[in-house]
Design a protein around this ligand. Structure first.
Ligand code: FE2
Ligand code: FE2
Length: 294
C-alpha cells in the first residue's frame, strides 16, 4: 500500500471508524472505591486540567472536522471529535462521582481549528500518549489504583492509541500528497513538531499544569520510580496498545525509538547502589520485565 494513495486513506479512516465503541460514561461499571485509593485519587491535582484539555480537544477537533471536504476523512475526524468530547464528559462524571478536587478552568466555546492547529494537537497527543499511557497499568500492577477502576481508563487510553495512529497516518497522507514524503524531510518535520510538544512537557517538569502533568507527577504516585522503570513501562504499553491495531497502518515510531536508545544506554551503565535498588518492589520489577519481554 502506497502512503498518500486513496487505498491508504480508506484504510486509516475505515480502521479508525471500525474501532469506535459505543458507550455512555454514566453507564460504565464504576466501582465502589476503598478509602485508601480515594485518598490517593483526591491527592492528584490534575483532574481539572485533564477535563479542560479533553473539552478543548473535543471543540477543536470537531471544528476542524467540519472544515474538511474529503467526506471519508471528515467522517473520521468528526468521530475523533465526538470521542474527545466524551472523554471530557467521562472525566467530569468521574470527578463528581468520587468527589475529586478539580480546579475550574474556563474553556472558550470556539477555538482556532486550522490544519496547523490539528497538527500541533496531534503531535501533543503522540507525546502525551507515550508519556502517560503506561501510568494506569503500572499503578494497577503496584496496587496504587484499584484494577476495576483502571480498566475503565484503559478504554480511554486505547481510544488515544487509535487517535495517535489515525493522526500519524493522516499527516503522512497529507504530506505525501503535497510531495513532502522523503525520508529526511519527513524526520526533520517530525522532530520539529515533537520538539514543540516536548517543550510543553518541560513546562510540566517546571511545575506548570499542562497535559504532561500526570506523567510528570508519576514519581509521587509510584514509590521508587526510576527513569529505567518509566522507559520500560512506556515502551511495553506502547507496544501492547499499538499492537492491537491493524498491522498495515503506520504507527508512531520516533519517540519509542528515542526511548529505546535511552533505555539501552541506561542498561549499559554500571549497576545502581543497593539502597536505590531496594526502593523498587521486587514484584513490580518482575512484572515490568515480563511485559517488556512480551
Ligand atoms: Fe482524549
Ligand atoms: Fe485523543
Amino acid at each position: 500500500m502506497k502512503v498518500g494513495s486513496p487505498e491508504h486513506r480508506d484504510l486509516f479512516c475505515s480502521a479508525f471508524i471500525a474501532g469506535y465503541r459505543a458507550y455512555e460514561p454514566e453507564q460504565l461499571a464504576w466501582p465502589i472505591v476503598e478509602p485508601k485509593y480515594l485518598e490517593r485519587l483526591r491527592a492528584i491535582p490534575f483532574w481539572g486540567v485533564a477535563k479542560a484539555m479533553e473539552r478543548k480537544a473535543g471543540i477543536m477537533v470537531t471544528a476542524f472536522g467540519k472544515t474538511l471536504e474529503d467526506p471519508v476523512i471528515r467522517e473520521a475526524v468528526l468521530l475523533q471529535g465526538a470521542e474527545e468530547t466524551r472523554h471530557a464528559r467521562l472525566i467530569t462524571y468521574f470527578i463528581d462521582r468520587y468527589g475529586l478536587p478539580a480546579r475550574q478552568i474556563d474553556t472558550p466555546d470556539l477555538l482556532p481549528a486550522r490544519k496547523e492547529d490539528f497538527v500541533v494537537f496531534g503531535y501533543e497527543e503522540c507525546v502525551d500518549f507515550f508519556m502517560g499511557a503506561w501510568l494506569f497499568r503500572l499503578a494497577s500492577q503496584l496496587d496504587v489504583f484499584p484494577a476495576d477502576l483502571v480498566s475503565i481508563f484503559e478504554h480511554i487510553i486505547f481510544e488515544e492509541a487509535r487517535h495517535v495512529t489515525f493522526f500519524i497516518n493522516w499527516f503522512r497522507y497529507e504530506e505525501a500528497r503535497a510531495g513532502r514524503d522523503g525520508v529526511v524531510s519527513r524526520h526533520l518535520v517530525a522532530l520539529k513538531n515533537y520538539a514543540r510538544s516536548i517543550k510543553q512537557l518541560v513546562r510540566s517538569f517546571a511545575g506548570e499544569e499542562t497535559t504532561g502533568f500526570a506523567a510528570v507527577n508519576a514519581k509521587d504516585l509510584i514509590e521508587g520510580m526510576t527513569p529505567m522503570m518509566f522507559l520500560e513501562a512506556a515502551l511495553a504499553e506502547n507496544r501492547l496498545l499499538l499492537g492491537r491495531l491493524d498491522r498495515r497502518l503506520l504507527k508512531p515510531s520516533l519517540l519509542p525509538g528515542l526511548a529505546l536508545t535511552m533505555l539501552t544506554a541506561l542498561r549499559a551503565l554500571p549497576p545502581r547502589p543497593v539502597a536505590t535498588e531496594r526502593a523498587v518492589p521486587d514484584n513490580s520489577r518482575r512484572s515490568l520485565d515480563s511485559s517488556i519481554a512480551a
